[in-house]
Design a protein around this ligand. Structure first.
Ligand SMILES: [Mn+2]
Length: 327
């Protein structure tokens, strides 16, 4: 590895990991590139160290990440009674672990958290949280250095995919010189940057494109808050498709928008709210207040209620945020 570590894992983390034989590694539910990339890289590091980890994530791996090495080893049900440590990756609170974390069985095991969300609530016994890191994978890289693991092409591919997706192709404001140096190091180690960018961003199903079209019919802009709904009715002929992936970032590209929101009606009477903000505005505070979390400029939460009512209620609060927190 050529890029110097920027962060040091806590001694207690290294100790716990060294003495574990079968750690349970968990990426958050509704996983993104950072969750899956960090999970796979950490899992491969464990293999290099002769450990026998369980890699787990409650939800399906998004189609644009299904090229990643070793992703077939991720399980969505943990039946193993043998695990001796839990390592949470990119999870800001306990609920993000989803159903692969079984409190009755895993609650007595040491719980280690590696994350970069500023809203992290330190739910582990050991919490390595670095909000300045552009991705959890940046910390996983530093963990690899601390563990003395050789950076092979598969680990590099997983880490670079995580960094590329969490920085949306090095376009977010938390992209740092180090993000770029890490990308160079990982590319040198064999990660295919062009293919990762292409697969991560130019890769959505025709169904998602049609769903964008229907959701965009509902677009509204009020006081700098742009929003759409994605209702169950819009998806009846779309084969179980739920999320209009990428749409919230697209909405924010409207010049008049300062905050963007997508309201997705979930099957069980819940509404998932995805939020994005331009620099100088903040959507994390509201998301956290409503039981979710995330970053200042990208956050989300889920609440019970009717789609139209949730939209009206949340947009009213976002309009306050768009009027009062501008710089
Ligand atoms: Mn992340």
């Amino acid at each position: 590895m050529t890029e110097e570590p920027a962060y040091s894992p806590p001694a207690a983390l290294l100790e716990a990991l060294h003495s574990s034989r079968r750690p349970l590694l968990i990426a958050h539910l509704s996983p993104d590139g950072d969750a899956i990339g960090s999970l796979l890289a950490a899992g491969m590091m464990c293999w290099h160290l002769g450990k026998d980890p369980v890699l787990a994530c409650q939800d399906r791996i998004p189609i644009n990440l299904q090229f990643l090495p070793a992703q077939e080893s991720i399980v969505d049900v943990v039946e193993d009674d043998d695990v001796d440590l839990v390592l949470a990756l990119d999870c800001s609170d306990r609920s993000r672990l989803g159903g692969v974390y079984l409190p009755r069985r895993h609650g007595r095991l040491p719980l280690i958290v590696i994350d970069h969300h500023p809203t992290n609530d330190y739910f582990g016994q050991v919490n390595w949280v670095e909000p300045a890191a552009c991705a959890t994978a940046e910390l996983v890289y530093d963990l690899g250095v601390a563990l003395g693991v050789n950076l092979d092409a598969d680990i590099a591919t997983s880490l670079l995919t995580a960094i590329v997706t969490d920085t949306r192709g090095f376009t977010t404001f938390n992209t740092t010189p180090r993000s770029l140096r890490l990308a160079a190091t990982l590319t040198e180690a064999g990660a295919p940057l062009g293919r990762i960018l292409e697969t991560a961003f130019n890769n959505r199903s025709y169904g998602v494109v049609r769903l964008w079209g229907r959701a965009l019919e509902s677009v509204e802009l009020e006081d700098g808050v742009i929003s759409v709904v994605n209702s169950k009715r819009m998806r009846t002929d779309l084969n179980g498709l739920i999320r209009a992936e990428g749409l919230v970032s697209f909405l924010l590209s409207a010049n008049e928008a300062r905050i963007a929101a997508v309201f997705t009606e979930l099957p069980e009477g819940q509404v998932e709210v995805s939020l994005r903000a331009r620099p100088g505005y903040d959507v994390a505070t509201l998301a956290l207040a409503l039981g979710g979390g995330g970053h200042t400029l990208a956050a989300g939460f889920t609440m019970v209620g009717k789609l139209t009512e949730v939209r009206a209620q949340v947009v009213a609060r976002l309009r306050q945020a768009a009027l009062t927190t501008g710089t």
